[in-house]
Design a protein around this ligand. Sequence first.
Ligand code: HEC
Ligand code: HEC
Length: 230
Amino acid sequence: MRSYFALCAGAAAVTFALVSQGVAAADADSVPPSSLGATIATQGTAKGIPACASCHGAHGEGQPASGFPRLAGLGEAYFTAQLAAFADGSRPSPVMQPFAKMMSSGERAAVAEYFSSLPPPDGIRNSDTADPLTSDLGAWLATRGRWQQGLPACVQCHGSGGAGVGSVFPPLAGQPASYIEAQLHAWKDGKRAPGPMALMPTVAGKLSDADIDAVAAYYAEQAPASNASK
Ligand code: HEC
Ligand code: HEC
């Protein structure tokens, strides 16, 4: 076999590879990636990977009763990274590791593209892809942040409702809007000490004047809650 390959040029080797890998590999060559993704999802591959749908649901909706996660609507980059992590063992899973190892990078990209294009179940959407209404800007920044810009939501540190967390993260709820605005501008301008890990100068540096007005107005309207210290 070795001398056969040595004698024949690349074309013969490619043909052999396609034949030995069967239908799925041949498909990889002849159909667009989205169809390859759909084929693997619904039929599996000739190498013996079962249809993803058999565990993850016909529409990638998952099977909560069995603990199989939803795949529909996962971000493509996240999806590909998980398959790579299963394949290299850095994300251990006795079920997914062997499947991920058996997939070529083209096959992984194809299923990632396919599942990320499927609509998530009703009532669930990825908030990062939606644009905030201008009237919602303050609530949006407070509860979701702006990840495109690496800006976490205020609630992630200041707690639900801006109630404050422990002794390090002060409450925002019920502070005067003018006070909140002044503090944020002070950090932007380097006029307030940076505080723990310089978290607030980083946050404030990503806020425009309009953002500051909106988020300050939002927290000024929240009823002060008792400190949720742990
Ligand atoms: C035999 C059942 C089974 C099959 C078939 C299967 N999976 Fe999975 N899959 C699982 C389980 C179980 C997990 C959860 C692994 C864990 O606990 O980390 C998972 C997790 C995943 C995840 C991670 C999801 C997340 O939110 O991080 C991805 C991506 C994935 N599977 C893709 C696929 C693809 C693509 C296929 C088809 C090629 C497939 N799976 C086939 C059982 C299966
Ligand atoms: C990564 C964590 C983190 C995030 C996210 C965060 N903060 Fe802070 N914030 C802090 C810390 C820590 C302090 C205390 C700073 C100090 O000790 O000087 C603080 C303090 C503040 C203060 C001063 C409160 C006071 O009583 O003087 C304001 C105002 C504030 N943050 C507003 C916000 C707003 C608005 C957001 C969202 C746009 C936000 N923060 C997001 C960590 C965070």
